[in-house]
Design a protein around this ligand. Structure first.
Ligand SMILES: [Zn+2]
Length: 363
């Protein structure tokens, strides 16, 4: 199953909004005879790919290991349960169960009633964690919103002269690009673009730069030409950038942006109702564009708005051992600090920095 998880990860970021899935067929002696994984949205499911790669006929003593419960409804690619049964697979070992209420347990049921022996929950937690985004959309029918920030040991993001300091090291930066690659959209507030001018692209070793949908949040839309010269509005991926505003954002500013060729997404939520704003964003992106996940990288105003309206579903917090002192700028406003935590966090040590991540729980 651990090898199947490794196979599943080859679809990292490419399978959205579908899950990452890996599958193996192992013979009676424990040798792996075939491997498959779900490579991209619209491509064959892992089980089908694995059956296709099988070098010989399936024997009754062969076992398929698959990280996620096989699907049993005919989607674009046909039900995997049917394919397994007709290929003659007699033993299946499943990692995580499908999270969508209408599917969960049904794939296993279909297989068992066809006489297939099924074992479930093998490395279940790991298999489940792998698809935290898919699990969320299956359960709630809207995009998962994750916040990400890096802070000093005392919870600060900038030195007291207002200068943005390098908080974390290069290992943490690599990690951020890996996670960006997994998400379908990346979001930041207006001020982050204005002050930091980030590219918000995915840059990984040995892979050409790529770009997710880039969302710039702004209610007031205080855009000027200088702002429009920033990287997200001028680089090779500029068509992936859009400004997200509210129902009461000034119409003349919206017209100005559109005249400048900037895409604008105006929500029907007003700027006074932050909870409605974030909730409408998650619902519309998922239902209208199949965008299943949003990775929001700051800054403090945007992140605090998300936390204070209880709209963050997931969090990535990078913590550096540096101390900036009490006069430095806080990563989150006073209300947001201490109002939430990461439930059952997972930890990674990245050089001298520490990443904690997981589902957000409000206290
Ligand atoms: Zn399937």
């Amino acid at each position: 199953m651990a090898e199947a998880i490794g196979l599943a990860k080859r679809g990292w970021g490419a399978t959205n909004p579908n899950p990452m899935v890996g599958a193996l067929i192992v013979d009676a002696d424990g040798n792996v005879v075939s491997r498959g994984y779900h490579a991209a949205d619209g491509a064959a499911h892992a089980e089908i790919a694995c059956l296709k790669n099988m070098p010989r006929a399936v024997l009754p003593t062969d076992t398929m290991y698959v990280t996620l419960e096989p699907c049993c409804t005919k989607g674009r690619t046909g039900a995997c349960t049917d394919a397994l049964i007709s290929a003659g697979i007699k033993n299946v070992v499943v990692g995580a169960m499908d999270f969508s209420p209408e599917h969960s347990g049904r794939g296993v049921e279909v297989l068992r009633s066809a006489g297939v022996s099924v074992q479930t929950g093998i490395l279940g937690r790991e298999c489940e964690d792998l698809n935290f985004i898919f699990n969320h959309t299956a359960k709630y029918g809207r995009a998962l919103l994750a916040i990400k920030y890096a802070a000093s040991k005392d919870g600060k993001i900038a030195l007291d002269d207002g200068n943005r300091a390098h908080i974390t090291g290069k290992e943490a930066m690599h990690s951020v690009h890996e996670w960006r690659a997994l998400f379908s959209a990346i979001g930041v507030g207006f001020n982050t673009i204005k002050i930091d001018n980030p590219a918000l692209t995915v840059r990984r070793d040995g892979v050409p730069p790529s770009c997710r949908q880039r969302l710039i949040f702004s209610a007031e839309l205080n855009f000027d030409f200088d702002m429009l010269s920033k990287r997200v509005f001028t680089d090779e991926f500029e068509d992936k950038t859009r400004v997200v505003c509210c129902s009461d954002s000034p119409q003349d500013k919206i017209d100005f942006l559109k005249r400048c060729g900037v895409k604008v997404m105006q929500l029907s939520a007003s700027s006074a109702d932050r909870a409605a704003f974030w909730s409408e964003l998650k619902e519309r992106l998922f239902s209208e564009e199949r965008i299943s996940s949003i990775y929001v990288e700051g800054g403090a105003i945007t992140l605090s708005s998300i936390i204070n309206s209880h709209s963050a579903d997931y969090a990535f917090v990078y913590q550096s051992p540096k101390v900036f002192g009490e006069n430095a700028l806080d990563a989150l406003d006073e209300k947001a600090r201490g109002s939430w935590k990461i439930r059952n966090p997972k930890f990674e040590l990245l050089g001298l920095d520490k990443l904690s991540y997981g589902e957000v729980e409000y206290l």
